[in-house]
Design a protein. Structure first.
Ligand code: GDP
Ligand code: MG
Length: 174
């Protein structure tokens, strides 16, 4: 008799404070958006089931919950991660400039097989855009990451971002 295999993928979300990490997670897991950024502090992770190639996969997505200064994110946070979303805010270029430091952090704690995605969040704020799509694409290419722009506010590409990472993790298994 064949056992149904269980898939549980730990995915971490990293990036500067207020780029929208918690909201990406709540949009993905509960289809909710909080205008009050404090609302989700304290939540460690949320689990969402997605179906890939007829297989049920549990995505356990971890949120830094307010410890996003460099080095304040502990190794326990990264432990066992098989995917990572590295997030910046397209309306604040400093958050984009810090991506390299977040990738350094990720490399310190995880091996290179972790599926990585560069996420430019808040793409609904086109009128105050501070980082071009081109710059995002170029950095992703340089660093060997997938790239996507999202909006946790209007839902653009949120599900897709997580699904691309989950698919890549699944692909790496087989
Ligand atoms: P975190 O510190 O990275 O977890 O960021 P939060 O999820 O707490 O969001 C920080 C602030 O940005 C909050 O005021 C959110 O309402 C806002 N925010 C998050 N995502 C978006 C988005 O996609 N678009 C816009 N316009 N605002 C967003
Ligand atoms: Mg947060």
């Amino acid at each position: 008799m064949e056992e149904e295999q269980e898939y549980l993928f730990k995915i971490v979300v990293i990036g500067d404070s207020a780029v929208g990490k918690s909201n990406l997670l709540s949009r993905f897991a509960r289809d909710e958006f909080d205008h009050n950024s404090k609302a989700t502090i304290g939540v460690e992770f949320q689990t969402q089931v997605v179906e890939i190639d007829g297989k049920e996969i549990k995505a356990q997505v971890w949120d830094t919950a307010g410890q996003e200064r460099f080095r304040a994110v502990t190794s326990a946070y990264y432990r066992g991660a098989v995917g990572a979303l590295t997030v910046y805010d397209i309306s604040r270029s400093t958050t984009f400039e810090n991506i390299k430091r977040w990738l350094d952090e990720l490399n310190t704690h995880c091996d290179t097989t972790v599926a990585r995605m560069l996420v430019g969040n808040k793409c609904d704020l086109e009128n105050i855009r501070d980082v071009s799509v081109e710059d995002g694409k170029n950095l992703a290419e340089e660093e060997g990451l997938f790239f996507i722009e999202t909006s946790a506010l209007d839902s653009t590409n949120v599900k897709t971002a997580f699904e691309i990472v989950i698919r890549e993790i699944y692909k790496n298994l087989s």
